[in-house]
Design a protein around this ligand. Sequence first.
Ligand code: ZN
Length: 467
Amino acid sequence: MSPEKRPSCDLLLTGGCVVTVDDDRRVLDPGAVAISGERIVAVGTPAELAPFEAGRTVDCAEKAVVPGFVDCHTHLFQYLARGLGEGLELWPWLSGFMWPLGEHISREDARLGALLAGLEAARAGITTLTDNHYAPTDLDTTLAVADSLATVGVRGRVARGMMGPETEVARRGNLAGAMFRYPVDEEIAITREAMAARQGSLVEIWPAPENIVYCDQELVRRAAALAAEFETGWHSHCSEAVTDAPYYLDAYGLRPVEWLHREGLLGNGATLAHAIFLEDAEVAWLGESRTGIAYCPVSHEYIGLGVMRLSDLRRAGAVVGLGNDGASGHRQDMFEQMKHAILLQRVHHKDPTASTAEEAFELATREGARYAGIDAGVIAPGKLADLAVVDLSATHFFPLHRVLAALVYCARGSDVVMTVVNGEVVFEDGRSTRVDEAAVRSEAQMRAGALVERAGLGHLKVAWRKA
Ligand SMILES: [Zn+2]
């Protein structure tokens, strides 16, 4: 082959175990991936891709090359209160911990929180974040949060949390108050302006009526219509606590998912976090409409919520991904979520076949990408080049018999050595390629300390909680 005829690429990752999660679920060991611009252009063995003339070649021996992980539900600003707020049921956790924090957080705090936790995500191989940002939600802060993710270099859906007007359910659950700032028209107007400002960029804005159960019904309808207008997804929480559906039933005479179904609001970009407490008919409606569901197992365990009907929802056709869920998940780490996603199901069903490493890996990658509406989540020619490289040379991987099991059960976010988003290396060899992380950490420590005091939560910072 003459030099002129050699194919070229910008980045060649070669010699690693490539877990493609493609339609044939190929695992190439060793394999190679060629990237040009923002897309993957070739996948094969190192020998097959050897003819590529690469701008940069990375030797991935003793490493795994995997699709970048998609976090389907998180709240990055909440990480400013990481480690606080223990032993509370969900609504008291919100009203007594998260709402005071949300009422006192400044634009600069929110911007920094997203930068900090966005960096943490990029370090752990997360290439897309669904950040349900709900405090504060003025236009400039919403755009500042999106800018933080763009600065880190990850793909994002900033789901702008809209509380709207107070509802009867919110009052009954002690959630009403200062967090319910804007009437429906104003919520929609701010979200529309933010969506227009970021339309078509790596970090989009999605409308997010904060919770189907305690938000105004007209707000939910208008949010879904806004998403349809911009051809994006929309996001909300639904049926997260055991009391959610009963509260809704009391107030409106039907269950929340039944209402969504009757209104024609399921599917078409609808994504719901949690959806734990569902009746059979609700599972069927979520499935047939291909509604996105974010399963956040660590958060469900931490708050003591319950167990999502994972296999029922997937069998019915719902698009299920995984989420870290902010301060109740404690870390931006999809390895932890994958492991817990499986173990929680197995304990609940008392059945070691209730979920598998393969299923968890699919949820974290290709299913998450379907949920987020992005052409990624698998390593295949033509797909967006969102990838992570995981170092498998540490002691906790030895002896290495099965790479997939090692990734799901043995690995953690800190084993990631390279993260590629849209063809760009945004994290490598322990450092963000774009942001001074030490400066972000020290500013976050200072700002978060002041925020926690301002919010009246300083008493939670005890060295040892006595029973
Ligand atoms: Zn959440």
